[in-house]
Design a protein around this ligand. Sequence first.
Ligand code: HEC
Length: 128
Amino acid sequence: MKALLAAAACLVATPLMAQDAARGAALFDRHCAVCHGTGLRGDGPMAEVLAVPPPDLTRIAERYDGFPRVGIAWKIDGRDPLVSHGGDMLLFGHVFGTMSEMMTDGSQTLVTAPEVVDLVAFLERQQE
Ligand code: HEC
């Protein structure tokens, strides 16, 4: 069922350049699951020591009434700083490489790291 939904999402989503949701999933396990949880529900092992609880990342589309692809990329790469992502230190901007790639959600275009593009593609497919 999940695979079927992912396939359907591929058909309807605006294609991003070189997006790779599978690579995004691997990056998520390595860098994000510690807080957000492997199932994206905000229940990773570090969640309980954080002052701000990590949000359920399967409900982004529900929270924003649609998946704000570029806005979410901003949050991950640190241009829209989140306290728990390192604030002004742009945590993931440093973790990921310096190569850049363009992504768009129809109204906005953003140049970001390919890792961020892959993570956004992965997250977009996990929406409920
Ligand atoms: C140290 C724990 C931690 C790590 C590691 C972490 N996050 Fe977060 N994340 C949070 C917390 C807590 C929030 C809530 C907002 C804040 O920090 O102000 C958040 C917010 C977010 C949001 C915003 C969701 C929304 O609805 O606006 C996204 C997207 C996100 N994280 C994705 C990621 C991704 C992708 C990674 C890995 C590259 C990651 N996070 C790594 C703790 C973490």
